[in-house]
Design a protein around this ligand. Structure first.
Ligand SMILES: [Zn+2]
Length: 290
């Protein structure tokens, strides 16, 4: 651990040994590995490479890491896992969920700040948002300020989507991605986890077509929500297209590696969610004969 870099923590500002902080929660990466047919993660951008872990960079001190980790644990145990293993109409939540949503958006902004600092007209707005969210995460403010934080719980898509259904479901249920979205006069930060879409408003142009998704300090969120934001749905179709193209570009050798990984661990392949997706797809195909 002695090779940890010393620097100023991006959350509390204290000079300290910085941890290799995960932009997308480590425990979600672990879940993806445990439930995948091969036990490895692959990046959409370069599917020929196995990703042992999700994006990480030296950002926070160990105390801030622990504080963020407590909210992640809350999300995984109280929301993320129950979605998969329990049938429930609603989920009651406490402030940890809002803090988790804010920490996702904050980490995404920290990531872009490092790799591609915003320069355009919205640079000041992004800086303002990261400052508000930072103060809230540090407990210096009782709320994250203006701009709502949304959580949408995904359901497998049954519509054919012109042949993109399977890819769309892989994108929605089996991938992680982060982005800063600019559309219809607004800026919002997206963190997409398997089965979950988190969106945080940066500008004071509220999201439209997101029903029952807004998080408050505590409350109840229904399992069935509705998302009719056309521009956002177009964006997701686009991402699914990109995923499809990346998979098709995978070399035959790598495709071979994937199938032999699955052969070496046939039980894992059988019980994995990748396999379930395949079965789901097959059951729909036989129902609708497409
Ligand atoms: Zn810190």
């Amino acid at each position: 651990m002695s090779n940890l870099r010393v620097g100023n923590c991006r959350l509390c500002g204290n000079r300290s040994k910085l941890q290799e902080s995960h932009i997308v929660p480590k425990s979600i990466g672990k879940w993806l590995r445990e439930t995948s047919a091969t036990g490895y993660l692959r990046s959409v951008g370069s599917p020929n490479k196995r990703l042992q872990d999700l994006h990480k960079m030296p950002l926070f001190c160990s105390e801030c890491e622990q504080s963020i980790g407590r909210d992640e644990k809350y999300f995984k145990e109280r929301i993320f896992l129950p979605i998969h293993y329990e049938v429930r109409a609603t989920f009651e939540y406490e402030e940890s969920l809002l803090r988790f949503a804010v920490s996702l958006a904050f980490r995404t902004l920290c990531y872009y700040e490092r790799i591609d600092p915003p320069k355009g007209t919205d640079a000041a707005e992004l800086l303002g948002a990261s400052y508000r969210w930072q103060r809230y995460l540090l407990g210096k403010e009782s709320s994250p300020g203006f701009g709502s934080h949304h959580m949408f719980i995904v359901d497998p898509v049954e519509d054919h989507l012109n042949g993109l259904r399977r890819t769309m479901n892989s994108y929605l249920l089996r991938s992680v991605s982060i982005d800063i979205l600019r559309y219809d006069g607004r800026v919002a930060v997206l963190t997409k986890l398997p089965w979950f879409i988190f969106m945080s408003e940066v500008t004071d142009v509220p999201l439209l077509g997101w029903k029952d998704t807004q998080l408050s300090q505590k409350g109840t969120i229904p399992r069935q929500q509705s998302l009719t934001d056309e521009s956002f749905l177009d964006y997701m179709m686009d991402r699914a297209h990109q995923t499809e193209t990346a998979i098709q570009a995978m070399s035959p050798k790598q495709q071979q590696v994937i199938s032999s990984d699955a052969l070496r661990a046939p039980e894992r392949a059988y019980y994995s969610q990748s396999f379930d997706l395949h079965r789901f797809e097959k059951s729909l195909s036989s129902n609708f004969e497409d």
